[in-house]
Ligand binder design. Structure first.
Ligand SMILES: [Zn+2]
Length: 406
């Protein structure tokens, strides 16, 4: 991508109203655009980051057998009355009335559609287990959105729902998700810890959260530095002691993902039953598993940065290379060369000072900066620098791919 033809327009100053590091940096780098309170659009660079995360999520969840579907955000209220959550959830659940039709609910989660939909498949134990996954919009009326991309009114989530004939099947899928989520966070490049949590409005018994520790987090986490266990402070064990006996240390965190053993809460409400081996009718046993994807973008931005700007982990960066040509003639050629090698490049071809180009390279957080200068290009070399590191190295233009991989 050539900067001059792109939608990128960086800002030097922190935009008014940006009250968190992630929002300030994402807006300054033109990754996101604020539409309203708690409502953001992804601009091209931000959408690339988001799509890179979605690709990783799809790969890891495909690997544990999830099948992908796409569900609507507009739900007939009847479904939420059947589950009981039409009344249970307060103002966070947005209700829509029209003069012509019955009322609707805007989806903040999808048990109310997934559970009756599963009847299309399930009649006998032989139809189980299976897991349906989706990446879709959710709407939640937050009274006070905050933290930039952390607490939103309109957001994208990965949410999966699993259906089982017995607890053993549910336990296996639950463990598969724990492993898959650990892989996802590792590939995304964020340090997430698993926490024992409370199920809240989702119901069900067992639940786990994945959290990133940061002082701006709104959740309190109790950590054990002896055995590595962590607890949400809401389910705090007695006396602030770990199950291993060690004292727990309190930290703050942002919740990135939450998984629940719903068991039969929703299948009973919607009459989702199956016939077991003995011919008995039983409610299907369910689990659900979700990652807040925009929040994940925000959490990476919040925790991976320095005084100059963002530092995107390589796997989700909007481009791999930021190319600056100070020499003035070879840029185009090297840009084409890198692009032909399949490397995503932002070529800063603007008529602006070198200083502006260098500071944008840092602000945008692109993993590698390649600089062409008169002195080095005469020897067929360019300068390579990794974002977040001080050292620059000289590398042969011909070897740049192998050097980038190192
Ligand atoms: Zn412990």
């Amino acid at each position: 991508m050539k900067y001059s033809q792109s939608f990128i327009k960086t800002k030097k100053e922190t935009p008014r109203g940006a009250n968190s590091i992630n929002q300030a940096l994402l807006e300054r780098g033109s990754f996101i655009y604020q539409v309203g309170s708690g409502i953001f659009a992804y601009l091209p660079l931000g959408y690339k980051v988001y799509e890179n995360i979605c690709r990783i999520v799809r790969e890891e969840l495909g690997a544990i057998g999830c099948q992908e579907v796409s569900l609507p955000v507009l739900h007939p209220s009847e479904l939420w009355k059947t589950s009981g959550r039409f009344e249970e959830i307060g103002d966070e659940l947005l209700k829509v009335n029209t003069s012509r039709e019955a009322e609707f609910v805007l989806a903040m989660t999808h048990e109310e559609v997934m559970t009756p939909m599963a009847k299309e498949k399930v009649s006998s134990f032989q139809d189980l287990p299976f897991t349906l996954n989706q990446i879709s919009k959710k709407i939640r009326y937050e009274a006070r959105p905050r933290g930039g991309m952390i607490r939103l009114r309109d957001f994208n989530m990965q949410d999966a729902y699993s259906f089982h004939a017995n607890d053993e099947q549910l336990d296996k899928t639950f463990d598969d998700f724990i492993d898959a989520y650990k892989k996802i966070f590792e590939r995304v490049g964020i340090k997430a810890i698993m926490v024992e949590a409370d199920s809240g409005m989702m119901g069900g018994k067992d639940s786990r959260e994945f959290m990133v520790i940061t002082p701006v987090g709104e959740d309190r986490i109790l950590l054990c530095d002896k055995c590595g266990k962590a607890f949400n402070a809401e389910v705090k064990p007695e006396n602030n002691k770990c199950t291993c006996g060690n004292d727990l240390k309190e930290e703050k965190g942002i919740e990135l993902a939450h998984i629940f053993k719903l068991r039969t809460k929703y299948s009973e409400k919607f009459g989702l039953n199956f016939t077991d081996e003995k011919g008995e009718s039983k409610p299907v046993i369910m689990g659900c598993y979700g990652i807040g994807l925009d929040r994940l973008v925000g959490a990476v931005a919040e925790t991976s940065n320095d005084e100059y700007g963002l530092i995107w982990p390589e796997n989700i960066a909007p481009a791999k290379v930021y190319l600056i040509d100070l020499e003035g003639s070879k840029g185009e050629e090297i840009y084409n060369q890198l692009t032909d090698l399949g490397i995503d490049v932002i070529f800063d071809d603007r008529e602006v000072s070198a200083g502006i180009k260098f500071s944008d390279a840092d602000l945008l957080g692109i993993p590698y900066r390649v600089v062409i200068s008169k002195k080095t290009i005469a020897e067929g070399k360019v300068e390579l620098k990794k974002r977040g590191e001080k050292e620059t190295i000289l590398t042969d233009v011909d070897n740049i791919l192998s050097d980038l991989r190192k």
